[in-house]
Every structure is written in C-alpha cells, then in structure tokens.
Write a protein that binds this ligand. Structure first.
Ligand SMILES: Cc1cc2nc3c(=O)[nH]c(=O)nc-3n(C[C@H](O)[C@H](O)[C@H](O)COP(=O)(O)OP(=O)(O)OC[C@H]3O[C@@H](n4cnc5c(N)ncnc54)[C@H](O)[C@@H]3O)c2cc1C
Length: 393
C-alpha cells in the first residue's frame, strides 16, 4: 500500500504542532512522584492538539485507520518528544488498545469503550503480565494464573497482574484471564472493563527506569471482578489470538514513536557537538565524536526502512508475527545504541534533565523488555529456522 498525500499532510501538521507547541512543555514541572506527566498536564496538551486538529491523527474522523506505512510517518513525528505522543493520543498502551477494540469489539463495545479513547477523553490499560514471584504470565504469557469462570450472565475474574501501564487513572481496561472450562469456553479470554472498579485494586506502583507514561506501571490484585458476558472481547478461548492481533501493530508503533524520540536526541546531540569546543576544535570535528553521530545516522535510516518494511507486510494483510519480531529486536537495539551515543557525545549535559536525551535513553532501555524481550523474539525466530529446516528434510 502506498502513502497518501493526506497522510503526508497529517504527518507534517503533527510535526509542526509537536515542535512549535509541545516541545516548550518539556520542562513543565507537572509530574507525579514517578516522574510521569500528570493527567492535568496531559489533558491540557490534548486540548491544544484538539484545537490544532492533530488529536488521534492516525485515525480519520470516520473511524478508519491510516494504513501502517502511513501510521509510521505520523507516529514518528508525534514521538519527537514523549509529551508529543501523549498530546496527540498516539501513546501506548492506548494506541494498541484502540486498534484491538476497533478490530475485535462489537458495535456496542466500540461506542462505550473505544469512542472515549479515540476522543482523547480517557486513558486505558492492558492487563496481561503477572507477578514474577508468583510465576505468572511474563515473557511466556501462557503461564497465566489469573482465572475467569462463567457465572450466569457474568464472568468472575480473580488473579494478580504486574507492570500494568497506566492502570492508575485509566477509565478503560482490557483484562486477560484463563478459563479452565473443558468446553469451547476454555482458554484465554479478554474482557473490557470500566475503571476504576473496587474489585481491581492497585497494590503498588513501583518506580521504574522510564517515566513518560501517565499512571506508570501498576501491580494489581483482582478479587471476584464480575464482568457482564457481553463485555467479553471477541470469543472465549481466543484471547491469545487477539493478543497476537494487537501485538504486531502495537510493537511496531512503539518502534515508530521511540524512533521519533531518537531522531530528536540525534538533533540535540548534533547541535551540541557543532557548538561545543574541545582541544581547539568543535566536538563534531573530532573523529571519535563525528563517527558516533554518523553511525547514528545509519542506524536511524535502517530503523526507518525496517519499520516501513514490516508495516507493508501488515498492510498486505499478514499478522506479521515474524517480521514484527525481527523489527522490534532490530529497532529497539538500534535505538539503545543511538540514545547511548547521543548521551555520550554530550558529556555531563547528556545525563542531566536539561535536554530530553536522558529521558529518551531511559525510555528505550525499557523498550528492549516490553512487548517481548529481545531474547524471546530471537528465540522464536530461531525456532522458526529450526521448523523451516526440518520441513526441508
Ligand atoms: C515499562 C514496561 C511497561 C509494561 N507495560 C505492560 C502493560 O501495560 N501490560 C502488560 O500486560 N505488561 C506490561 N509489561 C510487561 C512486559 O510485557 C513484561 O515485562 C515482559 O513480557 C517480560 O516478562 P517478565 O518481566 O515477567 O520477564 P520474565 O518472564 O521473568 O523474563 C526475564 C528475562 O528472561 C529472558 N527470557 C525469557 N524467556 C526467554 C527465552 N525463551 N529465551 C531467552 N531468554 C528468555 C529475557 O531476557 C527476559 O527479559 C511492561 C513492562 C515494562 C518493563
């Protein structure tokens, strides 16, 4: 699929909005005690995005999505600062959640749960991972210990969750649980729930290396949560299939947004090294520095190409599981190299909060873990190599 002029125009508008209106808010002190922007700040930025016509810019007013290649050029621009994605409502986990509800939800669920998200009036959370000390779902989601059982017209959910981004303050939740039923209702299920709900308790919100996501990453206890049966997302037992529908585009959109962040970090590092002198010349004229920024240039281009390649596979109708694994590994690892080099060439300034480089560095470190750690993707790619080889014998 090609990239339309309409999408190019939207991307240009998003870029101008983020650079001119949102970047000046980077030093705004309104942060919660985990360092994440407060909801008050996010809502103020959203109003600015609404006025500028760039709120939820990857979804058209008729509800249709731009294709993945088009989404890429828009989301990269919204990611030029972490506040940009929040202002434009392209951030995780909402962007992936909107995509999933749009694909799997029936019309009533869309009206009730999707509409407020698309309109930027609510935040959402995706409840899949569980505490490591209970040996729950983590890198291996099939280890899910949260259960659901049918009780008349309701499902009853019990369990514990961990690292649930944005749960604190979210109004919409997608909860995953496993049904032990022996019939077709057995297996992983997904439910849409209104938040807050007294049966979903936040027990802790640990401090983490990243700090850009409102609500941070909560630990949760679910006690006898009763969900009307018609709030099941899709069919019983198909939860992991739907997680897969969400995962490829969601991990690709993380690549898009954080590539935007690293493009900006590179701009800041290039500016710094063109102004700062050492040993009688500008830093960029020292080969050790210039080469690092040149390597970043190459990494950035390779990330763009890989994202565009994976996006075109998804646009062609494939789930893109293999391609999104390859892209997620390649891009998240490259972004880490880029952010690290930007920080290094900026000396002490690079590790301060005077620029966004330090924030980007911390964000992309966490990205090597969520939406599948690098090693898990490589392991599943190696398994594919083994399968393919076997099929030729
Ligand atoms: C910032 C952040 C935000 C998150 N947001 C959400 C969210 O909103 N919702 C949600 O449900 N989850 C969320 N997560 C959870 C995330 O998806 C998990 O952290 C991830 O799946 C890894 O699970 P785990 O932490 O339990 O690690 P573990 O399962 O304990 O794995 C630990 C490490 O073991 C290694 N490993 C595991 N399996 C293999 C293998 N087969 N081969 C080689 N090495 C392996 C990897 O290096 C892995 O990092 C978030 C995590 C972070 C860090």
């Amino acid at each position: 699929m090609s990239i339309s002029q309409e999408a190019l125009n939207v991307a240009a508008r998003v870029e101008a909005f983020v650079r001119e209106t949102i970047i000046p808010f980077e030093q705004d002190p309104r942060r919660d005690h985990h360092g994440a922007p407060t909801d008050a700040l996010v809502m103020e930025l959203r109003e600015l995005a609404r006025s500028a016509g760039v709120l939820t810019p990857h979804i058209r007013s008729d509800g249709s999505h731009f294709n993945q290649r088009e989404t890429a050029i828009i989301l990269i621009k919204s990611g030029l600062t972490p506040l940009g994605m929040l202002a434009c409502n392209t951030q995780a986990p909402d962007e992936g959640n909107m995509y999933l509800i749009g694909k799997v939800g029936h019309p009533d669920l869309k009206e009730r749960f999707l509409k407020p998200l698309v309109e930027g009036r609510a935040r959402s959370a995706f409840f899949m991972t569980e505490p490591a000390d209970l040996n729950g779902a983590g890198a291996d989601p099939s280890m899910m210990i949260t259960t659901c059982r049918k009780d008349g017209n309701h499902w009853v959910i019990n369990g514990k969750k961990a690292f649930i981004t944005g749960a604190d303050g979210a109004k919409v939740g997608i909860v995953m649980a496993k049904s032990e039923a022996a019939d077709s209702a057995g297996g992983a299920c997904m439910f849409l729930v209104e938040l807050p709900d007294p049966a979903i308790r936040i027990t802790a919100v640990p401090n983490t290396i990243d700090s850009s996501m409102p609500g941070s990453h909560a630990e949760i206890t679910i006690d006898d949560l009763r969900v009307p049966a018609d709030q099941m997302l899709g069919e019983a037992g198909e939860g992991f299939k739907y997680a897969q529908i969400r995962l490829s585009p969601a991990r690709l959109s993380h690549c898009m947004r954080w590539l935007g962040g690293c493009i900006r970090a590179q701009e800041i590092a290039v500016d710094y090294t063109n102004r700062r002198m050492a040993f009688g010349k500008h830093l960029i004229d020292h080969e050790g520095v210039g080469f690092m920024l040149a390597e970043n240039m190459i990494d950035i281009k390779q990330c763009e190409l890989m994202i565009d390649w994976c996006a075109s596979i998804l646009d062609a109708g494939s789930l893109g599981t293999v391609e999104s694994s390859m892209t997620k590994v390649a891009v998240s690892e490259a972004l880490m190299r880029i952010a690290d080099k930007c920080m290094q060439v900026m000396g002490g300034t690079g590790v301060t909060d005077k620029t966004i480089v330090e924030t980007i560095f911390r964000e992309v470190r966490a990205f090597r873990i969520y939406d599948g750690p690098t090693e898990v993707h490589k392991w599943s790619l190696a398994k594919k190599l083994r399968r393919d080889w076997r099929s030729t014998q």
